[in-house]
Design a protein. Structure first.
Lengths: 305, 378
């Protein structure tokens, strides 16, 4: 048992949770402007590919991130134009975007790199890991706080930042108004569509960063369909955390923990069964959040009587 | 261009503008097809391929020989059934993205039953395997449906999650308890009873007598959706469930049924794959077949007849794409890109048309204003 719950388990938790955290942070922005964006799965995959492409072309992780974010901005704009400007069904565009991303990344993989399945190589420069000697000395937590890749710290910083932005600044207020009651925002002289565009583009960027962490964080490779439904998991985390960044962060950590635990349990159980765990848990989470909400409503109703 | 392509386009334009697929919509579809193929050609040119040759190879590969025609027809059947599965659920307002998992479980159930009954009369084997596949798909679709109807849990996410869960579960069975002892099979179940597999209709091709099962299922679906009371009630539920409930329709039950039928259809596809092609369950039994069918159904706005026609067209692209990859060296994923571009434009069709209309109206108004101004000056 002690072997199971070692530091490594929590390190793995961080590792698998970080892409989900980043994507979920993007997704919660669109959720606040009332767009149900399930296209983050495809955005993540595209980000993962372009991060590898940028890193490989220029031999620099920074260019990898720039490429990924550029792809994210384009995808976010694309999503905005099709869903808001053209008023298409957000589910259909989301699903089509995911299929498009799957096709595009594999097509580019085969055409540019002439490989099937996955592309890895010494030319790909991974994200830097940051070590803080002071933090590393803290017992127990030290190895978790220090020695992570750049994007892990970025994701940690983004959680409070986004919380402040959404709940404490005028911009966040307008953002939420664009989702809850666009007419009110319009009568206040603001364009709700501009808020939706901003949320969509930021979501694209964050989802693509999540992808960049997948491909440049620990693995230094791009594999076909490497996002493996993590975008949908991120979406579920947003629902679970009701769009509140710290809660969403915790939900993503929970997912990462279960994923990591599954990896550890592979010694005892067949790997196919342990791989099922995160998906099943996500479904359970979705049900739990709905039931909790229901109970809360009932309690409030009783109180108001 | 090959005549097959032109013919299928002509067939599309000849569709009567009845019911849901109006002429405007078909014109938009034609425009979307042209744009998508244009973009596809552009990508090919960018990558240094010859698009005309590539599409020639594509249509040759899909319709050129008897065998390839058979394969294309077999693919049409798969796309058609998965597309109909999507449509039935969507009619009642359920977005079933979980067909892939239902397909896997149906295939697994059919393979296990088919293998366990070795020695039983063949008709019994087929019947029981069919029942098992339908039940497996239907029951698995019932989970997200119940969650949605009882507790309003979003079905898009749950069905996607259950996809991955089912695929891993089947992979576990095929690698663990149900693993075959046959040599040369890496991860799969035992072969189904000898002689129970469907006979090929065209020699050496994938087209088998499974076609008849599919045809019956497709007819029943069409009847259900277009001619029955239940289909009408489903449509009302999907379009406005509050109104439907107000009109005395038991919307919850209809949503459950639509998902159950959808899941059963996916199970049937799984069984056809096992009994038609592989003769056993393999972990590679489906390559996102359901998602291809879903695309078709979404493009044709869940219209059953349109879905059947479009399935044939997409099957040509699908099968032809493979020979394009082999002979012209162009990755077959290009086809996926073209298909998803068609969807983008078809989903946005109404919006694009509205915007173009507004622009035209604005221009006309501006011209009229300028003219009026001139006349006033004169």
């Amino acid at each position: 048992m002690s072997e199971l719950f070692s530091t490594l388990l929590f390190q793995n938790t961080l590792r698998t949770a970080t892409p989900v955290v980043l994507a979920a942070l993007g997704c919660l922005l669109t959720q606040h402007v009332n767009i149900t964006n399930i296209g983050i799965e495809g955005m993540m995959l595209t980000g993962a590919f372009f991060a590898v492409l940028g890193s490989w072309l220029f031999g620099s992780w920074l260019m990898g991130l720039v490429f990924a974010m550029g792809a994210g901005v384009l995808l976010g704009l694309f999503y905005y134009v099709f869903v808001i400007k053209f008023g298409s069904d957000e589910f259909i565009i989301g699903v089509a975007l995911n299929i498009f991303a799957g096709g595009l990344t594999v097509f580019l993989l085969r055409t540019l790199f002439q490989v099937k399945g996955s592309f890895s190589g010494p030319g790909i420069v991974p994200l830097p890991t940051l070590t803080f000697p002071l933090l590393a000395k803290i017992p127990l937590l030290g190895p978790l706080l220090s020695g992570n890749t750049l994007l892990v710290y970025v994701s940690w910083l983004l959680v409070p930042l986004l919380w402040v932005m959404i709940y404490k600044t005028p911009l966040g207020f307008h953002l939420r108004a664009a989702g809850e009651y666009p007419e009110a925002l319009r009568s206040a002289g603001r364009n709700p569509n501009r808020m939706k565009c901003l949320a969509s583009v930021l979501c694209g960027m964050l989802s693509c960063l999540a992808g960049a962490h997948l491909s440049l964080g620990y693995l230094r490779m791009f594999a076909e369909n490497m996002s493996a439904a993590r975008g949908y998991v991120a979406f579920a985390c947003v629902i679970f955390g009701r769009g509140n960044p710290p809660l969403v962060f915790l939900a993503a950590l929970l997912f990462g923990f279960i994923d990591a635990l599954g990896l550890r349990l592979q010694k005892v159980l067949p790997s196919d069964l342990t791989s099922m765990a995160p998906y099943v848990v996500t479904v359970v989470m979705m049900v739990a959040v709905v039931l909790l909400e229901k109970r809360k409503k009932k309690r409030l109703a009783r109180l108001s009587r | 261009m090959n005549t097959g392509f032109l013919q299928s386009l002509r067939a599309l334009t000849r569709l009567k503008p009845s019911q849901k697929l109006q002429r405007d919509y078909l014109l938009s579809l034609l425009a979307a097809l042209l744009v998508a193929f244009g973009l596809g050609c552009g990508i090919m040119l960018l990558c240094g391929y010859d698009p005309i040759k590539a599409f020639g190879v594509l249509f040759q590969g899909a319709l050129g020989t008897r065998i390839s025609f058979g394969n294309t027809m077999a693919k049409t059947v798969t796309l058609c059934l998965t597309g109909l599965a999507m449509s039935v659920a969507a009619k009642a307002g359920m977005f079933n993205v979980g067909g892939e998992g239902q397909l896997y479980l149906g295939a697994m159930a059919a393979a296990v039953v088919g293998a366990a009954l070795t020695g039983a009369p063949l008709w019994l084997v087929t019947l029981l395997a069919l029942g098992a596949a339908l039940a497996a798909g239907a029951l698995y679709a019932l989970i997200p449906a119940l969650l949605k109807v009882k507790w309003k849990v979003d079905e898009v996410i749950t069905t996607i999650m259950l996809n991955s869960a089912a695929i891993y579960f089947c992979s576990y069975l095929a690698n663990g308890p149900m693993k075959t002892g046959d040599r040369g099979i890496a991860s799969g179940t035992d072969a189904i009873a000898a002689g129970a597999a469907f006979a090929p209709l065209i020699k050496l091709s994938n087209l088998t007598t499974g076609l008849f099962y599919a045809a019956v299922a497709a007819f029943l679906c069409w009847y259900l959706m277009k001619r029955s009371t239940m289909g009408f009630e489903m449509k009302l539920t999907g379009e406005n469930d509050r109104f439907a409930r107000y009109g005395g329709i038991r919307t919850g039950r209809l949503m459950l049924w639509s998902m159950v039928i959808s899941g059963a259809l996916c199970g049937l596809v799984g069984m056809l794959e096992v009994f038609g092609l592989h003769k056993r369950f393999l972990v590679t039994i489906s390559n996102e077949f359901y998602f291809d069918g879903m695309l078709v159904a979404m493009i044709m706005r869940y219209n059953p007849f349109g879905t059947i026609l479009m399935s044939f067209f997409f099957a040509i692209l699908n099968i032809g794409g493979k020979s394009m990859e082999l002979k012209a060296g162009i990755s077959s994923e290009l086809i996926l890109i073209i298909q998803s571009i068609i969807i983008f434009f078809m989903a946005a069709e109404g919006g694009i048309r509205r915007m173009l209309g507004e622009k035209l109206a604005a221009r006309r108004a501006r011209r009229a204003a300028v003219k009026a101004g001139r006349e006033a000056k004169a």
